[in-house]
Design a protein around this ligand. Structure first.
Ligand code: SF4
Length: 279
């Protein structure tokens, strides 16, 4: 009670349902809620979703703040084509979005960031990181499948602590979320980003759908496996995070991931940075 929660909202079904549920609970619990959206700069997609979100925010009613990639980083996702070629935009887009949410939530004075990830998303992320052999992200996905968040880490080294994240819908299936929105008549944007076909995530998503058709419990079982994983420490793990030398965000290296990518984009060499960090 009394905590300030920034609800990461996109105008899509998950965050629309999350905002609706939290607005109902928030009145009972005395939560201070605000919607926080990131405009990645994808014409015909995010601008349309933001129109839906503005209407939804006004109906709840909840205040809405919008931050944009172009404003914060000088790059809209639609401008990445010449720099990335056929490479997926999603790594840069996702890293920038995470950074933007974090920074804006902190500036809003939020105690928590709540995101709309559902059980299908959690299972997909666990599967995707298995398929990529990405142990560090698998560990994070497994922790997040438990509902653990990145802890607030105020330290002398990092001038701004991370805002802990919540995934209140992590046990709700995509179908339940669609049904909730349908029966309550909640409007949401359902168009797919045109850059999504380049993303590797599409493969585990398609595989998961096939697995679910053969065995409906597969999604819940995969998320459960994520929660039960006992992962060994990754090489180099254990070092206390420090502060990014450029922006001051918490970083495991000299620079945070957003600043590594931004520096590479500004030098015209993003492909090198993506390869170097194993992204
Ligand atoms: Fe960004 Fe990729 Fe999602 Fe499009 S599909 S919004 S580029 S992360």
């Amino acid at each position: 009670p009394g905590d300030a929660v920034a609800v990461a909202a996109s105008g899509g079904k998950d965050s629309t349902v999350l905002a609706h549920v939290l607005a109902r609970l928030g009145r009972r619990l005395g939560l201070r809620l605000a919607l926080l959206a990131v405009d990645e700069g994808i014409a015909g997609y995010r601008d349309a979703a933001l129109r839906v979100l503005r209407a939804a925010g006004a109906a709840l009613p909840l205040p809405l703040a919008v931050v944009s990639h172009r404003e914060l980083f000088g790059w809209a996702v639609d401008q990445l084509g010449p720099a990335l070629g056929r490479r997926s935009r999603c790594t840069v887009c996702g890293v920038f979005r995470r950074h933007a949410l974090e920074r804006a939530a902190r500036e809003m004075g939020a105690d928590w960031i709540a995101t709309g990830h559902n059980a299908d998303d959690v299972a997909e992320t666990v599967l995707m990181n298995f398929l990529r052999g990405d142990v560090a992200r698998l560990r994070r996905a497994a922790n997040e499948a438990w509902g653990a968040t990145n802890e607030a880490t105020p330290s002398a080294a990092a001038p701004w602590p991370t805002v802990p994240r919540l995934k209140p819908l992590r046990h709700a299936s995509q179908k339940e979320i669609v049904l909730y929105a349908h029966f309550l008549g909640l409007p949401y944007a359902s168009a797919e980003c045109r850059h999504a076909p380049l993303a590797f995530r599409g493969h585990p998503r398609a595989l998961l759908k096939e697995l679910e058709a053969a065995r409906p419990a597969a999604v819940a079982a995969l998320a459960h496996s994520g929660r039960r994983l006992a992962l060994g420490a990754a090489p180099g793990a254990g070092a206390a995070p420090g502060a990014c030398g450029r922006c001051g965000a918490v970083a495991s290296g000299e620079l945070c991931m957003a600043c590594v990518l931004l520096a590479a984009l500004d030098r015209g060499r993003p492909k090198l940075a993506l390869g170097k960090r194993g992204l």
